[in-house]
Structure formats: structure tokens, C-alpha cells
Design a protein around this ligand. Structure first.
Ligand code: 5AD
Ligand code: SF4
Length: 445
């Protein structure tokens, strides 16, 4: 469709949003929009947004003011996509910069919305959520810069209803994508030279595909990762996020069986206090969580385990906080994403539990958590010194142009002198030193 417009898309939030932006580029690419590198060149600016914590939303409001300045200079259209679009609907549409508001399940409507906007001059909004949409047939336009690793969304939405979390409200009900379309997408990436795919879902362990023609024919997550692993032995398979209440042993056996399924599990714990876990509606206890950890060590002995932790959830006491620190010491996570609790309007916690931990207490507890984790991460990395790991090279090191960086199967970032090697190659690296975030070493033949 020859209208040749330039599209600039800015993405906030999780990897799922990065993937969705690639889907949007593909949909609009078929309608004459090609990506451009800066908002100053764009005919259409899209911002794909996150609602998980209040600070993610505040950043986007700031960007909308910036886009408004641009609109005062010239003709440019602005659309808000994603989780904030879904949550705030008309409130976003009322911002003077905004022409279009589109929720996560309405991206196929974007070309029609843009057309109506041009014809009528009226702002457009569509935030319908779908029980079926998985964008299975759309081949995303990749925006990663390395051409080595890429994301594939295997499911959408979430049914878990953790009391603090906005995701089920903004991304709708959980639905699994047709496994054939996932394998096809991974195969195409491999043919294009990619060496690693990262399978994404809010809770990958509840992935379950039922053949609509024959509902007794199903594919589980453990089966899906095997299907992807079978594409090629040198195509690495990663996945996230696992849920402690649903992660069974079958996934672990698949990991143990296929050397190209990476030995890393992201298993968010959120808190080390049973009282908090109950209040968060996580549906596991510290004891059952530790049993899962023990199984990981038993079946995939060299697996790295990472987590998410929330500090200062409603009514959290000093004792609850100490329990979290204690659990961290027991599990010894390789790394963690750590956050202060941020109340999200409309969630069960916002409706029923007072947000009663003072900000300074949340911040102090978060800092204690971060400090402990950084000491544990350093210890964990030190344990790698003296060992040799297979590393997939992703690109040039940011700090040192003569060096490359890549990841071990366990997802640790490794930096080493290039010696003529290139992104996309597998090399063996002997680790000689480290920081809490990076392994440093040399390629060995
Ligand atoms: N406040 C703080 N952190 C949150 N997360 C989800 N909701 C909130 C919230 N309201 C964190 C959880 C989750 C990660 C993606 O974000 O730790 O695992
Ligand atoms: Fe991703 Fe959740 Fe943020 Fe949406 S709210 S972008 S699903 S992290």
C-alpha cells in the first residue's frame, strides 16, 4: 500500500512489550509504514506502555508532553499502545498529544483506526480484550540489534490474579498460541541466522494448547520446548517466566535432556513470608517453593535460578522482611529483579488492603534486599572462576571495543577479548575474574 509513512515506536516495560512492538511494526509495515530512527523524522509516533508500577506510567506521561511539543512544530500523529492504554482508556485519549489509544489485543485494528483518523480527524480508541488473539500468523519485524537472540511470545494474558498485579486486568485472560506457529517462527529465525530464542509468557508453565479440531490432542510447555529444541542443536532455547505453583518436573526433565535448552529458570518468589505469600495469592508456601528449588538442583544440577522480589507489600512487618532475606540466603539466587510495592488501582490489594508500609521503610527494606543480593551474586559469580563455559557471542562489549560479550547457558553475561570472533558464534570461555554482574575471561580453543 503505497503511502510511505515513517513510524517511530518507543517501548516501555517487559520483553513481551518489545515483542508486541515488533508485531505492530509488521502490521503497519504491510500498510506503508516503515520504521525510522527518531521521533523528529516520524509521521506517526507510537508509545508501547507498561502499567506494572506507577513509575513506569509516570515516564510515559512525561513522554506525551514531549510528543506534544513535536506536534506544535509539525503534523505528526501520536498513538498510545499497551498496558496503560488498556488501563486508562479515555483518560489517555484526553491528553492533547494523543490521537489513538489501542489496547494489547487490538493491534490488527491499527491500520483501520489510522485511516479513520485521517478521514474524520477524530481521535480513535479501541481497548477490547480478546479471548483468542495471539497474533500467531504475524511474523514480527525484529528490532533487536544483534541478529543473534530474539523473543517469541508463546501465550498472552494471565489468569493468576496475584493481588498486587495489574497484568490480568490489562492483558486479559490467558491463551496459548498454536505450537506449530511458534516452531515455524523459531525455524525462520534460525534460517535468518539467529542462534537463540526466548519463549515468553506471563506463566509459561500453564501453557497448554488444545487442537480446536481434536481437543484431546494437546501440547504442554515441556513438550513445546522440546519441539523448539529439535529445530537445531545450535539453536538455544530460553524461556520465562516460570511460576512456582505450576512448574512441574516435566520441564526440568526436558531441560536435562536437551543440551540446547538453557539451564536458567526465572522463578519469582516475591516474598519469603508465608503470610505475605497468602495475602499476595501466590498459592505456594516457602516450604513448597524450596521443594521446587531442590528438584531443580536434583534434575538440572547446573541450573541458575533467578527471581523477583517485592519489598513492603501491604502490612509487611520487619519479621516478614527478615524472612525474605533469610530465604534469599537459603536459595542463593544468581540474580534478582527487586522492587518496592507500588499500589495499582483496581487490583484486589488496592481495593482491600491498605498500602500501609511507609515509603521510607519500603525503600530501606528494598535497599537491604538489593545489598544482600549483590553480595550473593558476587559470591555466585566467584564460584565460576576457574571453569570454562560455552558462550554465545551477542556483540561488542560496551566498555571495551576490543572485547565481546555473550551469555553462558545459565544466562550469565561474559566479557572476553574478541580474537577475531564474531556475534553469533559459540566459543568456550575460561572465566578468570568477575564482578557481581559480569564474568570476565578468555577464549580457549
Ligand atoms: N508493585 C511492585 N512490583 C510489582 N510487580 C508486579 N506488580 C507489582 C506491584 N504492584 C513485580 C513482581 C513481578 C514483576 C514482573 O514485577 O515482582 O514478578
Ligand atoms: Fe509487561 Fe506487565 Fe508492564 Fe504490561 S504491565 S508491559 S505485561 S510488565
Amino acid at each position: 500500500m503505497g503511502n510511505n509513512k515513517r513510524l517511530f515506536i518507543e517501548t516501555y516495560g517487559c520483553q513481551m512489550n518489545v515483542y508486541d512492538s515488533e508485531v505492530v511494526l509488521s502490521i503497519l509495515g504491510a500498510h506503508g509504514y516503515s520504521p525510522c530512527g527518531s521521533l523528529e523524522e516520524a509521521d506517526l509516533i507510537l508509545v508501547n506502555t507498561c502499567s506494572i508500577r506507577d513509575n513506569a506510567e509516570q515516564r510515559v506521561w512525561g513522554r506525551l508532553d514531549r510528543f506534544l511539543q513535536e506536534k506544535k512544530k509539525r503534523i505528526v500523529r501520536v498513538g498510545v499502545l499497551g498496558c496503560m492504554a488498556e488501563r486508562l482508556k479515555q483518560e489517555l485519549l484526553s491528553h492533547p498529544a494523543v490521537d489513538i489509544v489501542a489496547g494489547p489485543d487490538t493491534y490488527r485494528e491499527l491500520p483501520a483506526m489510522l485511516l479513520r483518523l485521517e478521514e474524520s480527524g477524530d481521535k480513535q480508541i479501541d481497548t477490547a480484550l480478546s479471548m483468542k488473539e495471539t497474533y500467531a500468523d504475524i511474523e514480527p519485524v525484529r528490532t533487536d540489534r544483534n541478529g543473534v537472540t530474539s523473543f517469541i511470545s508463546i501465550m498472552r494474558g494471565c489468569n493468576n490474579m496475584c493481588t498486587y498485579c495489574i497484568v490480568p486486568y490489562v492483558r486479559g485472560a490467558e491463551r496459548s498460541r498454536d505450537p506449530q506457529s511458534i516452531v515455524r517462527e523459531a525455524g525462520n529465525l534460525y534460517k535468518a541466522g539467529y542462534k537463540e530464542v526466548n519463549l515468553l509468557g506471563q506463566n509459561v508453565d500453564s501453557y497448554l494448547w488444545k487442537n480446536p479440531e481434536n481437543p484431546t490432542e494437546t501440547v504442554t510447555f515441556a513438550q513445546l520446548i522440546e519441539l523448539v529444541a529439535l529445530i537445531a542443536p545450535d539453536l538455544r532455547v530460553r524461556f520465562s517466566t516460570s511460576h512456582p505453583k505450576d512448574m512441574g518436573n516435566a520441564v526440568l526433565y526436558s531441560m536435562a535432556m536437551y543440551p540446547n535448552i538453557c539451564t536458567h529458570i526465572h522463578l519469582p518468589v516475591q516474598s519469603g513470608s508465608d503470610r505475605m505469600l497468602e495475602k499476595m495469592n501466590r498459592k505456594y508456601t516457602v516450604e513448597s517453593y524450596l521443594e521446587r528449588i531442590a528438584k531443580i538442583h536434583e534434575i538440572v544440577p547446573d541450573a541458575a535460578i533467578t527471581t523477583d522480589i517485592i519489598a513492603g507489600f501491604c502490612s509487611e512487618t520487619e519479621e516478614d522482611h527478615q524472612a525474605t532475606l533469610e530465604l534469599m540466603r537459603r536459595v542463593r539466587y544468581d540474580s534478582a529483579f527487586m522492587f518496592q510495592y507500588s499500589q495499582r488501582p483496581g487490583t484486589k490489594a488496592a481495593r482491600h488492603f491498605p498500602d500501609d508500609v511507609p515509603t521510607e521503610v519500603k525503600t530501606r527494606r528494598l535497599n537491604e534486599i538489593i545489598e544482600l543480593q549483590s553480595a550473593i551474586s558476587l559470591e555466585r559469580n566467584r564460584e565460576c572462576i576457574g571453569s570454562t563455559y560455552e558462550v554465545l557471542i551477542e556483540g561488542a562489549s560496551k566498555r571495551d571495543s576490543g572485547s565481546l560479550f555473550g551469555r553462558t547457558s545459565s544466562n550469565k553475561v561474559c566479557v572476553f577479548p574478541a580474537l577475531g570472533h564474531r556475534p553469533g558464534e559459540y566459543v568456550r570461555v575460561a572465566v578468570e575474574s568477575c564482578t557481581s554482574a559480569t564474568l570476565l575471561g578468555n577464549i580457549v580453543e
